[in-house]
Design a protein around this ligand. Structure first.
Ligand SMILES: N[C@@H](CCC(=O)N[C@@H](CS)C(=O)NCC(=O)O)C(=O)O
Length: 282
């Protein structure tokens, strides 16, 4: 049984916002994550849980502090889980050199290439190791789990839902990296974590995955039209075309004036929380 250390716990909208750390087998070192427990969960009642995957440069604190999600999660009785965006301090040469690869850029996949494969196993970490730790330590309803995220984390939410539809029944994303094989962020990450095999890349590209195995869940995606990464990195039109072709239920909402920041995320976070609560029967 993994030992969980409480870093901090604070009252928030009659629930508890906590930060925790634990030794991780998947990531070969200590990992930190955050959990918000709504008031309904404090008496031990099992509640639906939604995991938030953050983007490049983020930590478990980013969404926790900037998205303003706790007020509505408290109303809806949703437990929120905020993992880190990569292993930390793995000791791999170059891991801290760039903002879009290595530390804070784990891309929610298991690396197959040395030296990254020793620590950078964020898919196993999020979907198995952390999921088990959360289930053992917090009153989640294991049959009611969803996933959402922003940018690199939007990519993670779409791909982890499509790869594990039985675990994550509801899904949504803000400004996701929608076709990573066709953008610089994705190509850099896939080349270094997965090598040159394009078939391996396809298993982690939402636009490729949705064509191969669409899900029954309706995907909610929000995207700002003034997002500085829209054309070069995010490419929602490729994912939209793939969803149409595959018959994947989805709603892509384009918003005038919004950029890539957490001001955009906090504007629409309530819609996403309600989307998950409705899908999970909260
Ligand atoms: N720092 C990068 C941009 C990184 C970035 O925009 N990260 C997004 C996710 S992809 C984010 O949420 N950053 C944290 C924040 O806004 O607090 C740059 O200089 O271009």
């Amino acid at each position: 049984m993994t030992t969980l250390e409480t870093v901090s716990e604070q009252r928030c909208f009659d629930g508890v916002q906590g930060f925790y750390k634990h030794p991780s087998t998947a990531c070969g070192g200590e990992m930190t994550f955050a959990v918000y427990r709504p008031p309904q969960a404090l008496s031990g009642a099992r509640r639906p849980v939604v995991t938030w995957l953050a983007g490049l440069t983020c930590t478990p604190e980013t969404f926790t502090i900037k998205a303003g999600a706790q007020r509505v999660a408290a109303q809806l009785g949703l437990i929120l889980v905020m993992p880190d965006t990569s292993p930390r301090g793995a000791g791999i040469a170059g891991e801290d050199d760039s903002y879009d690869f290595g530390s804070a850029a784990g891309f929610y996949l298991d690396a197959t290439q040395e030296p990254w494969s020793r620590n950078y196993n964020m898919e196993t970490y999020v979907t198995r190791e952390l999921a088990e730790i959360v289930a053992a330590n917090f009153p989640i309803d294991a049959e009611a789990q969803g996933i959402f995220g922003h940018s690199m984390g939007g990519h993670g939410a779409l791909t982890l839902h499509l790869r594990h539809p039985e675990r994550y029944r509801s899904v949504s994303a803000f400004a996701p990296v929608s076709a990573p094989m066709q953008c610089p962020w994705g190509q850099k990450a896939f080349r270094n974590y997965l090598g040159e095999d394009r078939d391996a890349w396809r298993q982690h590209d939402a636009s490729e995955l949705v064509r191969a195995r669409p899900s029954d869940a309706r995907m909610l995606i929000d995207q700002g039209r003034q997002d500085q990464f829209l054309e070069e990195q995010l490419k929602p039109e490729i994912f939209e075309a793939a969803c149409k072709e595959a018959g994947q239920p989805y709603e892509l909402r384009m918003h005038d004036g919004y950029d890539h920041s957490y001001y955009f995320v906090q504007t629409f976070i309530e819609d996403h929380l309600r989307h998950h609560a409705a899908a999970l029967g909260a």
